[in-house]
Design a protein around this ligand. Structure first.
Ligand code: NOJ
Length: 971
């Protein structure tokens, strides 16, 4: 967002179309950023020199030292350019095959920032001891892995690190010789010496630095841009590293960018973009729907994929980072240029997308299981203007039978934008208002931003100021002052541990030891952390000056991308401590970093009400999922603008299939709560909201899986079918968890049908009509495209044959009211006549599940004795999920736990079996009583021509969701 003064002034003068535009002048291009310019110039020199280019960095063979733990080695590295400077390299192998490579300057003039990984990582990873090392004259080799098929080679001269699997190169560091750690120096250091024109570089000239570093000291000690000057007291300290994937043509990840999932290139003749991708958390006004420009969050993780292998690199750096991507005939070359920090890179060996996600979330943690209500529908706008406004929106949704779980308050609830302090004129009774919402076990979510109004009568600012826990200006003392919503503001420095207890005490609902606490709230309120990039209206690139000083003396430039995560992290921690026993906190953050998934949900920021933004939001949520942060969504309806009813309807379908489903609108946008639409739009929205609620068991189960293995909730085509090259660039359709649901939201105007790509030779069924798209008759190795109906009231939603999908189909006003509702099971038979599925349930709010208080069922179906022929049988069963798997295993699991008992009366009220090719003779339960059923004629799951599937509806089989049972269908 931009400062309102500017916005409103412009608003008075300009037509809307001109106001709504990305302000490219607010952000630097690579050419306007000193260190990026230097990094790109380095790669241009390497390209020009071609084969004669040689990295000046080498390892001194005599320094190689294997650690006694056998899991790592250290070595000293020298740059031929600066023989007097020492660098240290260490390489460490983790038990799951991940390789960590670190390099730092040793004994330099200053210390480089080396704490990014400490914030990102959950715990020191387990190291591998099962390694065969070979220290040779020219290289160190380590062979390891269960099959002894992974090899890391560190070559000495020049330094080159190669990860191989089955003898094939997967990842190479410094293959292009672009590794460069600008060491600390004094201003008097000699200028680089120029090479005389026309003279080629020779080994003897390695001490001549200009061939490598360039001839000028470009922006070494100060940098001016627009109206700002960055004082750069530490001088040049950037880090350049090339990472090559010699055999991978697709790379994904490095969220957050508004771009395709398979990342377009930024170098070479067919480059998709001219600037590198940038990771520098920024509040970008009206961001473009296709651009490498950095947005609100940064996860420096990149997957590289081919049909046989997925690998990844995680570059634990917290400073401004630019990434070029170029393609070779067989692979991808990337170049990472960071402003500061040590080299701390993790090589993830895969070999599958699921392995990469597991390896990455083992490092940075999986998302916790959220509160169940957080998966419902969230109603937000900037702003609901009074407590009565909130009550009236709740009433109108209720009157229209539209389910909702959360009402949100944006910044105008607060007096003068002093967060926590209610504007009593409009919110005279905040606690009563919150309780009115909580009466139906709904929740309120209230915004708290990280900038505090500099007003000594504001207790929150006063406490932080007295603690000396605010970010400091470049002088290193006092309080940095910038401009944000409240006017003159200061920012809490969450790197300062002293701020943590303060933050905990703010969120208490009763004052402790006379400290200021938010007593005018309840233990259930969720928190929205916005503007935490941080956004500073009058700062460079709408953020803080890079020479601001944080706790420990680190400059803002060192920690910029981590800053926003710490805010949400501490809010999460504070909410957790509001009650005893704790309840699962809900925190929404705009800014994020690697590891942010551990602290809540994210959204894609200030999108625009256009079709392009609707479409790009899907890709952004998919990319975030690959970065471990799957709990995400975009503002439904678009933040800016006034979408017409068709667009609103399509956007609700996108929202209903997003992990985080929130409608939000800008303060200037017209009201657009779903009940305000005319018919038929209003009824379509009601149906979509109800569909979301009916599918909550699917969503919750997918969240459970994500919390145990890291696997994202929305799974792109290449993650589900890693071997199908035709799916590698598909990013407009996705699977929901492992439910077998495949959705392709419509993001274009006037559509009546949609084409959906199917990778596998498997039957798919339309979720709504039971129309079947059978597997191809002949065995084929490639996928197929089917056309599915997609009129405005229709969502292209298919069920993959072989899946069992649990739903709860009684319309309710909030998710909590569904706690004891019966289930429907949709059994979508595969071409072979079988299916599997599951459901995870718990109390949705506390942590009893960590002690085994949950229900995790596995469902199965199998056709026996010749299928639909006379005497054939179909069996459908439910059993306890035998293994709990994943990272948060419980030690002892008792199927008769307290939670399971509380839902033991919940039954399956209906089964809808898709692909039943003939009329059954009898349906019985547990080998005994028969039940009512109905068969709608249609094709069987093994059919080869498209048509309506035969559907068997089993009515109220009277089986419990927590019990073991078996249904037998006899033909
Ligand atoms: C910017 C956020 O992105 C937006 O969602 C919010 O409404 C405004 N800040 C006002 O708080």
């Amino acid at each position: 967002m931009r400062p309102p003064a500017v916005f409103f002034l412009l608003g008075a003068l300009l037509p809307a179309s001109q106001i709504l535009a990305f302000k490219s002048n607010d952000f630097k291009t690579c050419a306007q950023s000193g260190f990026c310019r230097r990094g790109r110039a380095l790669s241009a020199r390497a390209l020009a020199a071609d084969l004669s280019w040689r990295s000046p960095y080498s390892i001194d063979p005599s320094s190689v030292l294997l650690a006694p733990d056998q899991a790592s080695f250290t070595a000293s590295v020298k740059s031929a350019l600066y023989p007097e400077v020492n660098f240290g390299l260490d390489l460490r192998l983790h038990e799951d095959g991940v390789v960590r490579v670190r390099m730092d300057e040793i004994g330099g003039l200053r210390k480089r920032y080396d704490e990014a990984a400490n914030w990102a990582l959950v715990a020191p990873p387990r190291i591998s001891r099962d390694i065969s090392w070979k220290v040779g004259k020219n290289a160190v080799r380590a062979v390891y892995g269960e099959k002894k098929n992974i090899e890391v080679i560190v070559e000495f001269e020049p330094v080159r690190v190669v990860l191989l699997r089955d003898g094939v190169e997967q990842i190479v560091l410094n293959d292009g010789g672009l590794l460069h750690m600008e060491h600390f120096r004094t201003k008097d250091d000699a200028e680089p010496v120029a090479i005389p024109e026309g003279e080629a570089q020779t080994t003897l000239q390695l001490n001549n630095r200009a061939w490598f570093e360039g001839e000028e000291q470009d922006a070494w000690w100060e940098e001016s841009w627009s109206t700002w000057t960055d004082s750069k007291p530490k001088g040049p300290e950037s880090l350049s590293l090339d990472v090559t994937f010699p055999n991978h043509l697709h790379v994904y990840g490095i969220p957050q960018h508004a771009t395709n999932l398979s990342l377009p290139t930024t170098t070479g003749p067919d480059a998709g973009y001219t600037d590198p991708y940038r990771l520098y958390n920024s509040d970008v006004f009206e961001y473009l729907p296709s651009s490498p420009v950095s947005l609100y969050g940064s996860v420096p993780l990149m997957h590289a994929h081919n049909a046989k292998s997925t690998v990844a690199i995680f570059n634990a750096v917290g400073s401004d980072t630019w990434i070029d991507i170029g393609r070779t005939e067989t692979g991808t070359k990337t170049h990472w240029i960071s402003e500061s920090g040590i080299l701390d890179v993790f090589l993830l060996p895969g070999p599958t997308p699921a392995d990469i996600i597991a390896q990455y979330t083992r490092l940075t943690g999986t998302a916790p299981l959220p509160a169940h209500w957080a998966l419902g529908y969230h109603q937000c706008r900037w702003n609901y203007v009074s407590s009565d406004d909130v009550r009236s929106v709740q009433k109108r949704l209720d009157n229209e039978d539209m389910p909702v779980d959360a009402f949100w308050l944006d910044i105008e609830y607060s007096e003068g934008h002093k967060y926590f302090i209610w504007d009593k004129k409009n919110f005279p009774d905040p606690v009563e208002m919150i309780k009115d919402v909580e009466a139906l076990e709904r929740r309120m979510v209230v915004i708290v931003d990280p900038h505090f109004k500099r007003d000594s009568s504001y207790p929150v600012y006063k406490a932080a100021s007295e603690l000396d826990a605010l970010v400091k200006p470049k002088s290193g003392s006092g309080e940095y002052e910038g401009w944000c919503w409240p006017g003159s503001s200061s920012w809490v420095d969450f790197f300062n541990p002293a701020s943590w207890d303060m933050w905990v005490s703010f969120f208490k609902t009763k004052s402790v030891d006379g400290q200021w606490s938010w007593i005018e709230s309840t233990e259930n309120v969720g928190i929205w952390n916005d503007m935490n990039e941080p956004s500073v209206f009058n700062g460079p690139e709408i953020s803080m000056p890079r020479d601001n000083v944080h706790y420990g003396g680190w400059e803002h430039r060192d920690v910029h991308n981590i800053n926003g995560m710490l805010f949400a992290n501490q809010t999460y921690n504070a909410l957790m401590q509001r009650s005893d026993p704790p309840k699962r906190p809900f925190v929404l953050t705009r800014s994020f970093y690697a590891g942010s998934q551990r602290f809540g949900a994210m959204w894609t920021g200030d999108n625009v009400g256009t079709w392009e933004h609707m479409a790009i939001g899907i890709k952004m949520v998919l990319a975030n999922g690959l970065g471990g942060f799957g709990f995400g969504g975009s503002d439904v309806g678009g933040f800016f603008g006034n979408p017409d009813p068709e667009m609103v309807v399509r956007w609700y379908a996108v929202g209903a299939f997003s992990p985080f489903f929130r409608a939000h609108a800008h303060i200037d946008a017209k009201r657009r709560e779903p009940y305000l639409l005319d018919e038929p739009y209003k009824s379509i929205l009601r149906d979509m909201l109800r569909l979301r609620y009916a599918m909550l068991p699917v969503w919750y189960t997918a969240f459970k899986e994500m919390s145990t293995t890291g696997i994202p909730i929305l799974r792109p085509q290449y993650v589900v079918f890693p071997e199908d090259a035709e799916g590698f660039a598909i990013d407009d359709q996705f699977y929901v968890g492992s439910s077998g649901l495949l959705v392709k939201p419509v993001t274009t105007r006037g559509a009546t049908s949609a084409s959906v790509y199917l990778s596998d030779p498997q039957i798919y069924y339309d979720y709504f009509t039971s129309h079947a798209y059978p597997a191809p008759a002949k065995k084929v190795t490639h996928g197929r495209t089917v056309t599915v109906p997609a009129a405005l009231h229709e969502i292209p939603l298919l069920i993959q044959g072989g899946s069992i999908v649990p739903t709860r189909e009684r319309p309710r006003r909030s998710s909590a009211l569904m706690r004891h509702d019966p289930f429907t099971l949709r059994v979508a038979l595969s071409t072979e006549g079988s299916a599997t599925g599951g459901v995870y349930l718990d109390d949705g709010e506390g942590y009893g599940y960590t002690n085994g208080e949950f229900v995790w069922r596995e469902f199965g179906a199998e056709t026996k004795k010749g299928g639909w022929g006379k005497g054939g049988e179909l069996k459908i069963w439910s059993k306890d999920r035998a293994t709990q798997g994943g990272s948060n295993d419980v030690a002892v699991y008792n199927p008769a736990n307290v939670f399971a008992k509380s839902v033991s009366g919940v039954r399956v009220e209906r089964m809808i079996v898709l692909g039943v090719g003939s009329r059954p003779a009898l349906v019985s339960v547990n080998g005994g009583s028969t039940v009512e059923w109905e068969w709608q004629e249609g094709i069987g799951s093994g059919a080869t021509t498209e048509g309506k599937a035969g559907v068997l509806v089993i009515r109220d089989p009277a089986v419990g969701i927590t019990s073991d049972w078996q249904i037998t269908v006899v033909f």
